[in-house]
Design a protein around this ligand. Structure first.
Ligand SMILES: [Zn+2]
Length: 231
């Protein structure tokens, strides 16, 4: 619903600046109130939480302190390197991938590339790389947040894909940075955090079951064959 509201607002405010600032405001609201709340409630239970996990309510003061962690200046800095056309297989796509990997490693997350080939309808076989970052790679359960980092190929158009998908990627990186101090216990607990930056979400020609969400389909099938969901 938040995404739907965002699209409505963006249609009303189509300029680049408005596009980013309105998107950012809604995203920070989503981040602060929903995601930050869920993550901090989860982490406030400390290491090795019981199963099933129960969250704890957060006081208004605590919520305000989470709100105050957001920093639009730093967010824009984080966003800048991602805000370029980044079609799968292009040099920009590789640069953005390396940037995300380097940032997550700098914050001491365990980072894995899930690399695979798949056929596209109009560009032959392409190599894709999902980026999987975990706070504690040995945890038994994860709260997983995901976005995708590729941008869409549109013939003769330079499509940046700001709201879809540079901003969500920057949002996860910004969150990892700003909440880093809260994550200590999740580096060793059985319940931890995982971020997935999917590749190849966009269709190369026309959205369909075999031309879209290349990264998500591959990872779902891999995890299924590895019995990941049963663990
Ligand atoms: Zn997309």
């Amino acid at each position: 619903m938040v995404w739907f509201s965002m699209f409505c607002l963006l249609k009303i405010l189509p300029t680049h600046e408005n596009f980013l600032s309105v998107g950012y405001q809604i995203i920070t609201e989503l981040f602060d109130v929903v995601i930050g709340d869920v993550i901090l409630a989860m982490l406030s239970n400390g290491p090795n939480p019981p199963t099933p996990h129960r969250s704890r309510p957060i006081s208004n003061e605590h919520l305000k302190s989470i709100n105050d962690l957001s920093d639009i200046g730093k967010f824009k800095e984080t966003l800048e390197p991602i805000l370029v056309p980044r079609i799968v297989g292009t040099p920009n796509h590789e640069k953005v991938r390396n940037y995300i990997v380097d940032e997550m490693k700098r914050l001491n997350w365990s980072v894995e590339l899930d690399t695979f080939d798949d056929k596209t309808p109009n560009f032959g076989t392409k190599t894709f790389h999902n980026i999987i970052a975990k706070l504690n790679p040995n945890a038994k359960s994860f709260l997983t947040l995901a976005c995708h980092y590729d941008s869409k190929y549109i013939k003769d158009v330079e499509f940046v894909g700001a709201i879809d998908s540079a901003v969500p990627c920057a949002m996860l990186l910004h969150m990892a940075e700003r909440l880093n101090g809260y994550f200590e216990s999740s580096k060793t607990s059985d319940l931890s955090l995982m971020f997935v930056f999917f590749d190849g979400e966009e269709a190369f020609q026309e959205w369909g079951p075999e031309d879209s969400i290349y990264g998500a389909r591959h990872l779902a099938s891999r995890w299924n064959s590895e019995n990941f969901f049963q663990k």
